[in-house]
Design a protein around this ligand. Sequence first.
Ligand code: HGY
Ligand code: MN
Ligand code: MN
Length: 417
Amino acid sequence: MTSVAHLLADIADIGRDPRGGYSRPVYSIAELDLRAWFVGEATSRGLDVTTDRNGIIWAWWGRPRDGAVVTGSHLDSVPGGGAFDGPLGVASALDAIDVLRARGLSPDAPGARGLAVAVFPEEEGSRFGVACLGSRLLTGAIDPDRARNLTDTDGVTFAEASTAAGLDPAHVGRDPEALARIGTFLELHVEQGRGLGAIPDGPAIAVATSILGHGRWRLTIRGQGNHAGATLMADRHDPMVTAARVILAVREAAAAQPDARATVGRIVPVPGGTNVIASRVDMWLDVRHPDDDVTAATVTRISEAARAAGAAEGCEVDVVEESLSPTTHMDPALRRRLSDLLPGTEQLATGAGHDAGVLAAHVPSGMLFVRNPSGISHAPEEYVSDDDAARGTLALADALAGLGGVALAGAANGRDA
Ligand code: HGY
Ligand code: MN
Ligand code: MN
């Protein structure tokens, strides 16, 4: 019998980043290897596996049908990410099916709703800049032409990368048939932030209450490229100086706004020479707040500060929105049902975005979080213990069985805690 720990150990060497953690951009060799791993594991369990026109992998246990219970997550990562963000939900889904099968349950039993595991591409938006690109395409939340023409840092378009991955980007876009097959979506995910891990002797599992709204903006600061030695300080229009002031303004704006979070995690001076005053700086802003209007106001405040800093340095500043997700409150009835099925679990809001948040606008969606004692994510320190991962599997199995309309067959023949 496999376990989540064993499944994750099987992929532990895929996409390791020499800087630490994992870098598994969508449709990169590493992520394609992970997709192949998932297809192999699902096929070995007798699941019916297909990849749809949006690059979403569907693994059906039993007959595909409308209104099924769907679980799953993503396999792509942020640069230098942890081992659990995404893969924990995918591995736990496979392991939960093993548990349900061991309990003698079947998704084709009378009254059952059907069960599938979905793996969504580009949840992190790390390669093409738009978070949850796969679930946005599925639900029609992004224009297909815009998606096809998104480019990575090498200028490769999403269409070109999809084609290279063996997919046909000509037909990406809203997929009502696939959406109709999702009656309930439930994603298991590593906890991100100090929640469960900070509760002494607390539960290992939480039910999600909400997903913090979040957006990404690209700032382009244009100055005058010049020589580092031959240019007097008074003659400079240095976009890096403006960028430095913007980064401090970002921190000040977020610190001044309760519950706001704002980050500049990516900055690229152009051309990037040690003895060259940059001609341009590209930088990306991530702003989040429970109230979408406050997110917008915070971005406005930062943009005004950026333009003022630019003017003081003789630089021009452009701010362009690249991705925006509203704050999502998870389906209340589904939350109550999950709490009934999983007594003793905590209720937890998350500051991280998820495909479940995109799907929530279309189908009842829920999330389960598994304790992460480090409180750290999107970094190598992200952690889930083997025991907590096993608890996550059992919680997911219980939830899927309960949601699937098939009563648990009892613990006699299953691997229950
Ligand atoms: O950025 C996020 O919140 C998520 O991890 N994609
Ligand atoms: Mn993430
Ligand atoms: Mn994630």
